[in-house]
Design a protein around this ligand. Sequence first.
Ligand code: FE
Ligand code: FE
Length: 398
Amino acid sequence: MKLGIYGGSFNPPHLGHLHAAIAAAAYLQLDELLLIPAGIPPHKHFDDPGAAHRAAMTQLMAEQAALEAKIPVRLSRMEIERGGKSYTADTVRSLHEQRPDDELWLLMGTDMFLTLQDWYHPEEILAHAGICAFGRSERDTEELFAVQRNYLTERFPNALIATMTLRNLVEVSSTELRAMLPEGGRYLTPQVYGYILRERLYGTNLDLKRLTLEQLRPVALSYLKAKRVRHVLGVEQEAIRLAEKYGADVEKARFAALLHDCTKKLDMDEQLALCEQYGIALDEVERVSIKLLHAKTGAAIAREVFAAPRDVCDAILWHTTGRADMTTLEKVIYLADYIEPSRDFDGVETLREAVYADLDRGLALGLKMSIEELEGYGSPVHHNTREAYDFIKSKLGE
Ligand code: FE
Ligand code: FE
């Protein structure tokens, strides 16, 4: 199989890296791509927030790249774990030993390609991996690259070299990009930008307890798996519409929508650790249901990390089960989560119509569908959901 290798300091990973990774994956028809942040890069001295942060940001970008390139894109910590200066020759040799049957392709930009002969043991790199160099312009690719390609193949006769032009390659260096951070997250994916704000990297110094909604959005997205971003942005849009229609506080609805699934990607052990940390009591059903736990831990994060108001935390807390006598804001979040635009389950159109015709009747239908679905799977139905359903039915006089 064809394995792409894309190393760099990734300090931070930006849209230039993302677009190059996606384009190279298609051009080389890769089966898999590894993004490998350097432990200590040999070429650069820089403002480094540390390998752990660079790896975390690279992981966020890897998920995004996988979604767009439709191949597995994985973060590899091999250079970080190896310690010391990171030499590509060591990385390529060790990947060749681990995966002797794979065809390795090393991805790199213009500057790297033009100095390849000066790297540590270039002969070893070229013995085990093909080189895929991408230039930003025709000039890079044709004129500059041809000279270098001829030089390399003369010196290393077995070298395999592919070059490509990426017309829309984002032209920005990490140094320039870090300097632009105080003004916003240009050239970064929202998730990487949000991670930088959340961890206060590169001199950004936001108080997480006083974020505007525009600042909260990327921060909230940085907690998610890439594939869940669309859902959460959909819940925000749906919550705005419902809050406006039914007279809930729109800002609070957006706040709750953005954070409602902020702990969804954590596994059971991580969920239980948060419950322990924030003193969250669990009943029998909750203790074994990760789906129920994320609502409780999400509400705790909203309160403790972002100082969300009580009613916002409650809307997050009840977004999965509902409860008897829900507030309008709680109904808005529960239903926005259920019917946001990317939902496409059987019956969603009927539910959308019901919700926009009458909030309480929509809620009753949503709860009924949820109970029937759980019973259909033979899953336990939380008593809060049954109480929510009984309450709303009696309120409606049914
Ligand atoms: Fe959820
Ligand atoms: Fe959700």
